[in-house]
Design a protein around this ligand. Sequence first.
Ligand code: KIV
Length: 276
Amino acid sequence: MKKTVLTFKEAKKTGKKLTMLTAYDYSAARLIDPCGIDAILVGDSLGMVCLGYPDTLSVTMEDMLHHTRAVARGADHALLISDLPFMSYQASVYDAVKNAGRLVQEGRAEAVKIEGGGEVAEQAKAIVRAQIPVMGHIGLTPQSVNMFGGFKVQGKERERAKRFIEDAKRLEDAGVFSIVLECIPGALADIITQAVSVPTIGIGAGNRCDGQVLVYQDMLGMLPGFQPKFVKAYENLSDAFQSGVRGYIEEVENGKFPSEEHTFLMDAETVKDLIT
Ligand code: KIV
């Protein structure tokens, strides 16, 4: 069944937990989509996960369009959401609408996500007015990493926490269909979830949100090295991946691959003709 923004609306009513994972290319979308996921996010985290940047700030509209198009070709059922990257919506409402439109028209996204609360409410409102569903994103918003002084949990202090609650309400008033809550205390995520009528999707925000999102490479243990506290690896694919690569190297080097099974055969008479 095709998932849409109505799936999100219904889930908030019934209490069914929403599931979302990132994907950045066609093959990942082909694997994730049939599993029954509610939404696939082409996150600007692709800058860090796929392009090797230290943060998401260098990701461009062209990057997002390129990856969104690829995911769209592999995702038939999940709601496809694409991130508006840094500086594609902050400077003006015009930029926001224009670039959201590009993600839908050229990228085939079905919704867009923007980071920030009250300061981007006008942009969210204008994008929704242009008939494009918007997902909000508050808490540790990675595009603000330089303002935060690093990737740190946000909203532990009273004033900051109160501002996030206000931000969520401003986004709700602007017409967003859902809000991502990233790296905030579980108790604050719970308060926000109860304060708004749209579903909240948590990442590092405890289990009282209306749904959860993770970067799929983190969730499958595909990236060796540091893992944030909120990540759970359901598989250890980096070991399986590297064991496959090592097996290939070994078999090519010792002549075991390709065997006859992987080789196209030719009529013996023709071979004889060719060598005589
Ligand atoms: O870019 C991204 O992947 C995200 C999610 C982690 C919410 O914004």
